[in-house]
Unconditional design. Structure first.
Length: 116
């Protein structure tokens, strides 16, 4: 594992908040079921019943949703994400950066970690 932030993985900021939410949801195994309302999602491979359709989690504002998203990452990916958070929060300690980061900062670091 490198202590450096990966090169060439900078998200350019062109994604809207809605696009960011959808990208994170897809990375976590959710599927868009209705392109007229792309924030309506279902877990991939799940039968689509009215009760199985959910609103896309609000990853940019909900720390619980980001915690669930982070659980899908490997240890190496979590380390890379932590480095992104350390960079974005300008913290000298990774643990402090993760602990004090907002949901939006975690979402951005998640996207950067996965090159999305």
């Amino acid at each position: 594992m490198s202590n450096q932030i990966p090169k060439g993985t900078d998200v350019d900021g062109d994604m809207t908040p809605e696009e960011q939410r959808i990208a994170i949801a897809r990375a976590c195994g959710w599927s868009v079921i209705d392109m007229s309302d792309p924030l309506k999602v279902v877990v991939e491979g799940q039968a689509i019943w009215p009760h199985s359709v959910k609103d896309c989690p609000d990853y940019l504002n909900d720390l619980n949703a980001m915690h669930e998203a982070m659980e899908t990452l490997t240890d190496d990916q979590l380390f890379t994400m932590s480095r992104w958070l350390q960079h974005s929060t300008r913290s000298t300690l990774i643990g402090v950066a993760v602990m004090h980061s907002t949901a939006a900062q975690r979402a951005e670091a998640f996207l950067k970690t996965l090159n999305l």
